[in-house]
Write a protein that binds this ligand. Structure first.
Ligand code: UDP
Length: 328
C-alpha cells in the first residue's frame, strides 16, 4: 500500500484530495492545524482504516514514523480575507511549512507536489496567463503575503529539486469552487450564494468588470492527480479557461438561486487583479487533461451543498478557528 501525506487535509481542496487518494487505495495521512480547515470536511474519512489525521501545524517540525511515497502540500489560508486576517501565518506556512515538507520528502525519499496559485501572476499584464509569464505582483500590497509566500514556495521547491534531487511537482491553481468551501471565506462564489440564501443583496466589488475563470473541484483533483504521476518538474497551470466578469457571475448566481435580491456595488479591494484566465495548453499536451464540468453543472452541485447547511452555519459570522487554536 502506498502512503501519502496531505497537508491542509481538512480544507476545501485538501479534503477532496484525501477522498481521491483513499479511493485509489492509498494509506492517507491528513494533516491540518484547523485554523481555516474543518473536521466536518473529513469526518466521513475518520472511520476508514486507511486514513489517519494528525492535528499539527506544518510550520513546526513534522514527524511521520511510517514510510512515505508522496507528499501534497496544500496547507495555507487561501482567500483574500483570510490571509489579510492572518498575514504572518500565511507567510510562515508558505516558507517554514514548505521547508519542513521538503526536508521530510528528502528523508523519506518521497515525491512532493506543492499547491501554488495563479496569484503568482499577480495582476497580470499577459492574458491568458501561460506558465512562462513571470507575473506582476506587488510584494508590499495586502495580497503580497500570499503571493510572495507562494512564489517563495516555488523557488524553495525548485532549489530542493536541483540541489538535493528531491522529486518535485508544482501546480498553479486558478480559482476553484465546489462543495466544502467555507461559506464566509469572503470569496465571490460562497459570498454570493450565502447572500442569496440569507436574502441579502449580492455585493460586487468595483464595477464588476474584472474577470475570473472558475474550475470545478473534481476537475482540479484530476489535474493534480495526473501531474503527481507525471515526470514534469516545472510549474503547470490547472484551471478552467471559461472566463466571466464578476458582475455576470453574480447574475448567474441570481438566476441559479432564484433570489429576488439585486446586485449592489462596493469598493474594489486594493490590488484586485483585473483579469485572470489560465492558458492550459501545457496541461492538455502533458497530462491529456482539460476540465470536464461546465460552470452550469458545477454551480448546481455547489448550490445543493450550500443549501444543505444548517441555519446556524448559514448565519455564522466567522468560520475561521484562529482564536480557538491560538496558532502563532
Ligand atoms: N468579489 C466580489 N464580491 C464579493 C467577493 C469577491 O465582487 O463579495 C470579487 C473580488 O473583488 C474579485 C473576484 O470577485 O474581483 C474574485 O474574488 P475571490 O476572492 O473569489 O478570488 P480572487 O480575487 O482571489 O481571485
Amino acid at each position: 500500500m502506498k502512503s501519502i501525506l496531505i497537508t491542509g487535509a481538512a480544507g476545501f481542496l485538501g479534503s477532496h484530495l484525501c477522498d481521491r487518494f483513499v479511493k485509489e487505495g492509498y494509506h492517507v495521512i491528513g494533516m491540518d492545524n484547523l485554523i481555516t480547515g474543518r473536521m466536518s470536511n473529513i469526518d466521513h474519512l475518520m472511520k476508514r482504516s486507511s486514513f489517519e489525521f494528525h492535528h499539527h501545524d506544518v510550520t513546526k517540525h513534522i514527524h511521520i514514523s511510517c514510510d512515505l511515497d508522496y507528499i501534497l502540500h496544500f496547507a495555507s489560508p487561501a482567500s483574500p480575507i483570510d490571509y489579510l486576517k492572518i498575514p504572518i501565518q500565511t507567510l510562515k506556512v508558505g516558507s517554514l511549512g514548505i521547508h519542513n515538507c521538503l526536508g521530510l520528502a528528502r528523508v523519506k525519499k518521497a515525491r512532493v507536489l506543492i499547491a501554488s496559485t495563479s496569484e503568482v501572476y499577480g495582476d497580470p499584464s499577459v492574458h491568458p496567463q501561460p506558465e512562462s509569464y513571470w507575473g506582476n505582483v506587488n510584494p508590499v500590497g495586502p495580497r503580497g503575503v500570499y503571493d510572495e509566500a507562494k512564489r517563495f514556495q516555488e523557488a524553495m521547491t525548485m532549489a530542493y529539486h536541483t540541489f538535493h534531487g528531491v522529486e518535485t511537482r508544482i501546480v498553479r491553481i486558478f480559482n476553484t469552487y465546489g462543495p466544502r468551501m467555507r461559506l464566509n471565506d469572503g470569496r465571490a462564489l460562497p459570498a454570493f450564494i450565502g447572500q442569496a440564501l440569507r436574502g441579502e443583496d449580492l455585493t460586487v466589488f468595483g464595477d464588476g468588470s474584472q474577470t475570473r475563470s472558475f474550475c470545478f473541484v473534481g476537475d482540479l483533483v484530476e489535474g493534480v492527480y495526473r501531474l503527481l504521476k507525471s515526470n514534469y518538474t516545472q510549474p503547470v497551470n490547472i484551471g478552467n479557461p471559461s472566463e466571466i466578469s464578476i458582475s455576470q457571475f453574480a447574475e448567474e448566481i441570481i438566476k441559479l438561486t432564484g433570489t429576488a435580491q439585486k446586485v449592489i456595488y462596493k469598493d474594489l479591494p486594493v490590488d484586485d487583479p483585473k483579469q485572470r484566465r489560465p492558458d492550459i495548453s501545457l496541461a492538455k499536451s502533458l497530462l491529456d487533461w482539460s476540465p470536464k464540468v461546465s460552470r452550469e453543472e458545477g454551480l448546481k452541485i455547489t448550490y445543493e451543498y450550500f443549501k444543505s447547511l444548517s441555519k446556524e452555519e448559514l448565519f455564522k459570522k466567522d468560520h475561521m478557528n484562529f482564536d480557538k487554536y491560538n496558532v502563532r
